[in-house]
Write a protein that binds this ligand. Structure first.
Ligand SMILES: Nc1ncnc2c1ncn2[C@@H]1O[C@H](COP(=O)(O)OP(=O)(O)O)[C@@H](O)[C@H]1O
Ligand SMILES: [Mg+2]
Length: 259
């Protein structure tokens, strides 16, 4: 089975999709087979990869509600070794359909167990909520990566998530681990950034990756070209930071698996 990561934070606009797509690209560049699952009805991960949602036979929505197999929803991207399950706006209504299903928290997990055996890594781009859709991601995951923007009340947004991780560990998925917290849109000239960073590092200790992702205009330009920033501009500081972050994630993987 692949190692499965959920990229989650209840707040929107903190860098979940950017982190998912670029860590996946860097992993794929090492020759590993990577699958991204776009679980946000807005479909930003799909668009960022230049994938037309209409181009696939099914989306993550049909997979979640059991109308399609995961393999039917997978599409290749232009990046070698990188496939994606696109989302659809219908996903916004999945909540209501899931509520009446048996084992509704395990729908994505079941789909992965059946159909994701040939991947090395699966990265799930979560919506900005703690909905049943996000719960499905956390139940299917081995570990959670939390992107955190250094802004006022940043910690408040993730205390709920940490509580939820603990509940899900107890009820559904005992192996679920917090893989790490990554500081995104980091601006070292901003005093608030420094203050939030100090707080976060004090609170989460070693769980905070050493690499920070700088605020970089190339990162914000890349999605409109349908490319990860790593392909759009390999040399820019944002790309280099994502390469360094992926190195840390993979090294931490070895430590997590060893213990
Ligand atoms: N490090 C960064 N520097 C500049 N812009 C960024 C950076 N990270 C993300 N962005 C931009 O900020 C917006 C929100 O990022 P996104 O990854 O979509 O967040 P989320 O998935 O959490 O909603 C996007 O327009 C994205 O291109
Ligand atoms: Mg997103």
């Amino acid at each position: 089975m692949p190692r499965v990561f959920a990229i989650a934070n209840r707040k929107g606009g903190v860098g979940k999709t950017t982190t998912t797509v670029n860590v996946a690209t860097a992993m794929a560049a090492t020759g590993k087979k990577v699958l991204v699952i776009d679980l946000d009805p807005q479909g930003n991960a799909s668009t960022s990869m230049g994938v037309d949602k209409k181009g696939s036979m099914a989306s993550s929505y049909e997979v979640l509600i059991g109308e399609a197999k995961l393999s039917q929803a997978v599409v290749w991207t232009e990046v070698p070794n990188f496939s994606i399950v696109p989302s659809s706006p219908d996903l916004a209504g999945a909540e209501i359909e899931l509520v009446d299903m048996d084992n509704r928290e395990y729908a994505l997990k079941k789909a992965l167990v059946k159909d994701a055996v040939n991947y090395d890594y699966v990265l799930i781009d979560c919506p900005p909520s703690l909905s049943l859709v996000t719960i499905n991601a956390l139940v299917a995951a081995d570990a959670v990566i939390v992107p955190l923007q250094c802004e006022f009340l940043a910690l408040e947004g993730i205390t709920d998530l940490i509580k939820n991780i603990n509940i899900i560990k107890k009820k559904f998925n005992p192996k679920l681990a917090l893989h790490g917290v990554v500081l995104t849109m980091y601006d070292k000239r901003n005093n608030l950034t420094q203050m939030v960073e100090d707080d976060v590092r004090q609170f989460f200790g070693k769980k905070v990756y050493n690499t920070v992702i700088p605020r970089n205009v190339r990162i914000s330009e890349a999605p409109s070209h349908g490319k990860p920033v790593l392909i759009y501009d390999f040399k820019c500081p944002g790309s280099q930071a994502y390469i360094s972050l992926t190195g840390e994630v993979l090294r931490r993987e070895k430590e997590l698996i060893a213990c």
